[in-house]
Ligand binder design. Sequence first.
Ligand SMILES: Nc1ncnc2c1ncn2[C@@H]1O[C@H](COP(=O)(O)OP(=O)(O)OP(=O)(O)O)[C@@H](O)[C@H]1O
Length: 279
Amino acid sequence: MTSKPALTTNELSVTYTGNEDVEALKNVSLEFPSNQLTAIIGPSGCGKSTLLKSLNRLHEIQPNVDIDGDVYLGEEPIYDTDEPAPEIRRRIGYVPQTPTALPLSIYDNVAYGAKIHGNYEDKDELDDIVESYLRKVNLWDEVKDRLSTPGAELSTGQIQRLCLARSLAVEPEVLLCDEVTSALDPVSAETVEETLADLKEEYTIIMVTHSMDQAKRLADDVVFLYLGDLIEANDTRSFFENPQNERTKEFVKGHTAVEYDDSEDETDSNTKVDTPTAE
Ligand SMILES: Nc1ncnc2c1ncn2[C@@H]1O[C@H](COP(=O)(O)OP(=O)(O)OP(=O)(O)O)[C@@H](O)[C@H]1O
């Protein structure tokens, strides 16, 4: 990891409290470089979504979560700060797995984000902003003649790109993506993936994915979690070709077997992670 970190975690721990405490993340210290795409991978239940949500204080909307340590956006702490959580969440955007359009027109789905940010003078400028973000997510040509139709009438893959445009329109410094292609058909997933590949030139993107193929294709860096522990973080090539930790070696080998040897394994070739759970 070479460039300056956009986001850093310092001994970050997250515990879900209740009848039984679940330590979902344990003392994780990590750097997420600027203008790169980092993939967070690991078996089901290892803490990927927990890590992602703790990076913009999304956990605070749940009552039963204890968080220790801190996260830094550049040099600024996001927990130990007077800055309101909604402003932190504007600066560190979150795109969920299930694409959902607001009950508004295509135009207003994107304008909504721009209006929150309030960085425009008049309608002409807002039109330009909407167009530029729809272009950024490769959706403009598909929707430019029907901007006033409801966003919900688009295909699922188009809605996911609309959600990306809406998230970008508030001008975040970092974009968190939680399995944003997993609810899509293969063609739509490919289009969203191409969009992410374009966006990572300009944005810092942190993405949870279950697909090793996707991590290899898209990510500059990979973070591997197991049972809430950070096992290994490295650039993508080193991570897959020369893993340092035995656990990583096993995980990568397991997925290589799934990807390339379909004679012995019935697991779907999209390499959905199926190794032991942390629960
Ligand atoms: N709201 C919650 N309350 C209690 N425990 C939770 C809660 N959310 C997650 N957990 C537990 O925390 C651990 C980590 O869960 P998390 O969803 O972060 O894993 P994950 O790696 O994203 O899993 P998956 O790949 O299946 O989505 C798991 O043991 C899970 O059961």
